[in-house]
Design a protein around this ligand. Structure first.
Ligand SMILES: Cc1cc2nc3c(=O)[nH]c(=O)nc-3n(C[C@H](O)[C@H](O)[C@H](O)COP(=O)(O)OP(=O)(O)OC[C@H]3O[C@@H](n4cnc5c(N)ncnc54)[C@H](O)[C@@H]3O)c2cc1C
Length: 467
């Protein structure tokens, strides 16, 4: 069978079939053959597509069936340069497979492991991922490399749980907690610095995936971005649903549509004077507007006295949901309301009276509209061998940097195995296309393997912060 297809010109080696069935559709297939995906007139992205119309498109689209032999030196397009996409690129390279990572990031790669530096005041904030723990030996290997290069270090500062009113329970120092020495974002670049076969295209928003002549053709609002033997979707949320809605991958699109995501507000605030708070980070309990607070100046710069004091505050998912607006265009009234509610929440959490805390001289609010997954299929990755398309991301196994990295590694190895097989036995490589989802437990800002088990917390000493 493989020899037969191998002799076909690539133009004949792609068919499309309806829904999840694998029956060829000659009408559609012939309409695809020999036609180059014509570059469209650049159009403004349609942000108005309703959930219903995306759903309808996702489920009614026809399945791409690649039957062309793979290229001699196959290349993969990875759409998304967060922890999952970059880990996938790194592990593809370890298996000798070339890839190109496309990412929208204007300031850099990294996605939700972002660090914001603001000059001239020298402010620094990790504005999504704050720290991580390590549970899996494969992730431990990556982290060991970062430790050796001085890119990460253990966070020795006190962190714990803060109950409304100021009762603080420190977390035991084990398992170790890690932070990026200069914030989280440089870790993204460091993954790439270990590679020689990975291209990066940034900032770039891939808006269309076209199967043609046995290859995936990528484009950004009509501008072509090359052709690839396989694609990896390493992002989620509305953007991924739109991209998959008409790509010829109904099974992949259906799995992505099952994902549910929380929304979280971030408040970055810089104070002239240190806040009267003895800890560096706390998961906050019992306050609607705050779920996490961390002193980024102490965490990243170890600064104790002089200079501005930068704090990152995150809302709860419930508060995020209630106050959700388009994240690209936050009305100033909402920004002001959210800021005040979160600053008031900090006072409530600490047990301070309203208005008693110093006012910050710098603030910025940001909405993570697709912050963290709240359900998961619990499998490392998804792969559709007929469509030569895979998905990796934190949500496949959890909600953490570690989960994202492990998912990227797993998909890379799976694709490399598939390439090694020559693509001749596709059904053996189908994974995760029908798994059911189940709810995901964890903090509002994700999971930290091994941290704060019930036994550890029972042993820990709670104390009341002085007010
Ligand atoms: C507020 C907050 C706090 C968190 N705190 C922690 C923490 O302390 N510890 C922890 O371990 N985890 C934390 N997390 C979770 C952690 O950040 C994520 O699990 C992890 O970063 C996810 O990585 P990813 O690669 O799966 O996705 P992402 O990081 O989201 O990467 C996806 C990338 O794809 C890009 N992209 C999207 N669409 C396109 C397109 N069409 N074309 C090109 N590029 C595209 C995006 O811009 C993004 O860069 C936190 C998350 C949030 C939101």
């Amino acid at each position: 069978m493989a020899t037969f297809f191998a002799t076909l010109p690539k133009t004949l080696a792609l068919t499309l079939v309806s829904g999840s069935q694998s029956k060829p559709n000659p009408k559609k297939a012939s309409s695809m053959q020999g036609q180059k995906p014509t570059p469209r007139k650049p159009r403004k992205a349609s942000y108005g597509a309703s959930r219903k119309s995306i759903l309808k498109k996702s489920f009614n689209q026809e399945q791409v069936m690649f039957t062309a032999p793979l290229s001699d030196d196959p290349a993969v397009a990875i759409i998304g340069g967060g922890m999952a996409g970059l880990s996938c690129a790194l592990y593809l390279e370890k298996r000798g497979v070339r890839s190109t990572v496309f990412d929208t990031g204007v300031h850099g790669l990294g996605g939700r492991m972002g660090t914001r530096m603001i000059d001239p005041q020298s402010l620094i904030f990790d504005h999504a991922a704050q720290f991580f723990t390590v549970g899996d030996p494969r992730f431990a290997q990556l982290v060991d490399g970062w430790l050796e290069k001085g890119l990460v270090q253990q966070w020795q500062g006190m962190i714990g749980e803060l109950e409304v009113g100021g009762q603080f329970v420190p977390l035991p120092s084990l398992p170790p907690r890690y932070i990026g020495v200069n914030g989280m974002r440089p870790l993204a670049d460091s993954i790439l610095s270990q590679t020689t076969m990975v291209n990066v295209v940034r900032p770039c928003w891939i808006s269309k995936l076209d199967p043609f002549n046995g290859m995936w053709h990528l484009s950004e609002n009509g501008k072509p971005h090359g052709q690839y033997d396989a694609i990896v979707i390493a992002h989620n949320g509305k953007c991924a649903n739109r991209l998959l809605a008409s790509s010829g991958l109904p099974l992949v699109a259906r799995q992505m549509k099952k994902l549910e995501l929380s929304s979280i507000w971030a408040l970055l605030a810089a104070f002239e004077d240190p806040l009267p708070i003895p800890f560096e980070g706390a998961f906050v309990k019992g306050v609607d507007s705050i779920s996490w607070m961390a002193n980024n100046t102490k965490k990243l710069l170890h600064s104790l006295s002089s200079g501005p004091h930068c704090w990152t505050f995150f809302s709860t998912a419930a508060f995020g949901k209630r106050n959700k607006v388009p994240q690209e265009n936050i009305p100033s009234v909402t920004a002001e309301k959210v800021k005040e509610a979160m600053l008031a929440g900090v006072e409530t959490a600490l047990g301070h009276s309203a208005g008693s805390l110093n006012r910050p001289f710098y603030t910025r609010v940001q909405l993570w509209g697709a912050a963290l997954p709240t359900n998961t299929p619990g499998i490392p990755c998804i792969f559709d061998p007929h469509g030569r398309a895979g998905i990796c991301g934190d949500w496949l196994m959890g909600s953490s940097l570690e989960a994202a990295s492990l998912s990227g590694m797993a998909l890379a190895n799976h694709i490399a195995d598939y390439f090694q097989s020559g693509g001749a036995r596709p059904d053996e490589f189908a994974v995760g296309l029908h798994n059911e989802f189940h709810p995901l437990e964890g903090h509002d800002i994700g999971q930290f393997p091994g941290l704060g088990s019930k036994e550890q917390m029972d042993e820990a000493q709670a104390y009341q912060l002085s007010t």
